[in-house]
Design a protein around this ligand. Structure first.
Ligand code: IPE
Ligand code: IPE
Ligand code: MG
Length: 246
């Protein structure tokens, strides 16, 4: 009885209260992970998708209730056709294979990014799973596919302009712009993590992560485990966020 009570209290004593609730991750390093082993880059992407499953499953117990993952940027079309098509196939397979588990585990899956350039079949899988998981509340999972922050801002500006032209808005505010982004209604990330040792944001959530904490780890994404995430959450929970106040 006493032991149970101690166990129940332990996570709070460990700093759960101050932990990031919205974590966004730039999942980088799949290619290097495979190349280091003499394997094709797609092997790294497949292993990376496996890691996504593990991180998604672990997130709620680590106090994370919003998880946003950068899977494919607007710049990633510059890669070989083989790699691009391979990645698209991995996304489609992930949605098909994980649909039942996500429903059972209370994961609400949404996508951000520009969809029109994606294959019709993939687009319909994406909207299907969004509809199927729409009432889930345990974890809000957002996957960024064909996402670029500048592209998102340009599309948002067009929407905002239409609302101004129609007389709906007179002088746009930050909130009006936020409401036109793909992430409308999502909280801003508390913490952005990038794996693989690169220290740049590569066009990821420039508006939303303006006041986020950042953490760069040398671990390549296919090696990034729930234990790594737990360690980063624990360590960064000590940071003081001031948002410009004294
Ligand atoms: C991240 O890994 C996955 C995508 C960008 C799709 P990379 O493929 O960029 O891996 P590296 O950076 O080449 O090692
Ligand atoms: C950022 O990684 C995009 C994703 C992780 C999906 P990249 O590997 O494409 O970024 P750069 O080219 O190193 O900036
Ligand atoms: Mg990379």
């Amino acid at each position: 009885m006493a032991a149970e009570a101690v166990m129940a209290c332990a996570p709070l004593a460990g700093g759960t209260v101050a932990r990031a609730r919205h974590v966004a991750i730039i999942m980088d390093g799949n290619g290097r992970w495979a190349t280091e082993r003499g394997w094709p880059r797609l092997v790294g992407h497949r292993r990376g998708a496996q890691r996504v499953k593990e991180i998604v499953r672990a997130a709620p117990d680590l106090g994370v209730d919003w998880l946003t993952l950068y899977a494919f940027s607007t710049e990633n079309w510059k890669r070989s056709t083989e790699e691009v098509l391979g990645l698209m196939a991995i996304f489609a397979r992930y949605i098909r294979r994980e649909a039942a588990a996500m429903s059972a585990e209370g994961v609400r899956l949404r996508f951000i990014g520009e969809r029109a350039r994606l294959d019709d079949k993939l687009q319909s899988l994406m909207s299907g799973i969004e509809a199927r998981t729409a009432s889930n509340t345990r974890l809000n999972l957002t996957v960024a596919i064909n996402y670029g922050g500048r592209d998102e801002l340009a599309r948002a500006a067009a929407r905002l302009a239409a609302r101004i032209a129609s007389g709906e808005i007179a002088r746009p505010t930050e909130a009006d712009l936020a409401a036109c982004l793909d992430t409308a209604g999502h909280p801003d990330p508390d913490l952005v993590i990038r794996t693989s040792g690169e220290t740049r944001i590569s066009n990821f959530l420039p508006f939303q992560a303006a006041y986020s904490e950042y953490e760069f780890t040398p671990v390549l994404w296919p090696d990034f485990s729930p234990a790594h995430l737990a360690e980063i959450l624990e360590r960064t929970s000590q940071r003081q966020r001031r948002f410009g106040a004294a």
